[in-house]
Design a protein around this ligand. Structure first.
Ligand SMILES: C[S@@+](CC[C@H](N)C(=O)[O-])C[C@H]1O[C@@H](n2cnc3c(N)ncnc32)[C@H](O)[C@@H]1O
Length: 197
């Protein structure tokens, strides 16, 4: 399914969500995720940092997969639940409200696609659980890994620590022989890591 083929109301909610803090995934990022659903067999998705569930709803619209979402903010989690209900996905979606750092270690099962879009400074900490929860052949897509060019270039003083966290995260992915990782210049940077074994 192409982005333009998504439900008009969902597209309108996405436009509105672009104006808020922690906006929904960029169009190019969502288009990339939708292409992945077309080219791979994706039966189960995990989204870390689901906000109002708009990317979740798009992924559920474009597939028959089940989806597990994690969101820290109670307000956003409530809206995500309402969106799952509104678009008819409640039976295929489970939302865990709380800190991904606490929830991830408790999750079991295997996911074909993990979309990591939570707090960037925690990506390194989440990686072992993402790896454990990803089936062999599955893909981990980490969003915003290049952040306005700060990660590969010179970040503003205030962003040095964040850029360093992401640099270390990318090194961890690239040095892990169990993953084949590509860093794509899509939106603020996507790391796409296929679990090889
Ligand atoms: C960029 S937004 C996610 C956008 C969403 N993936 C989408 O495409 O619509 C990041 C989200 O991560 C959530 N978040 C921040 N810290 C978190 C944590 N420790 N555990 C879970 N979610 C967290 C924020 O509340 C925010 O909603």
């Amino acid at each position: 399914m192409k982005l333009s083929e998504l439900d008009g109301r969902l597209l309108a909610l996405r436009s509105a969500a672009r104006e808020v803090r922690d906006p929904t995934a960029a169009d190019e990022t969502l288009a990339y995720l939708l292409r992945l659903l077309e080219t791979r067999e994706v039966r189960s998705v995990l989204e870390i940092g689901a906000a109002e569930g708009l990317t979740s709803c798009a992924l559920l619209s474009a597939s028959k997969a089940t989806l597990t979402a994690i969101e820290l903010s109670g307000e956003r989690a409530e809206r995500a639940r309402a969106h799952f209900e509104e678009f008819g996905f409640s039976s295929r979606a489970v939302l865990h409200e709380g800190d991904a750092g606490e929830i991830l270690p408790l999750l079991q099962g295997e996911y074909d696609l993990i979309f990591l879009d939570g707090p960037k400074v925690q990506y390194r900490r989440y990686l072992p659980d993402c790896k454990r929860l990803l089936r062999v052949g599955g893909v981990l897509v980490s969003d915003d890994v290049l952040l306005f060019g700060w990660v590969r270039g010179e970040p503003p003083k205030k962003r040095k620590m964040l850029a360093e966290h992401l640099r270390e995260y990318l090194n961890m992915l690239e040095e892990d022989a169990d993953f084949k990782t590509e860093i794509l210049p899509i939106a603020e940077g996507l790391a796409v890591s296929e679990k090889l074994r």
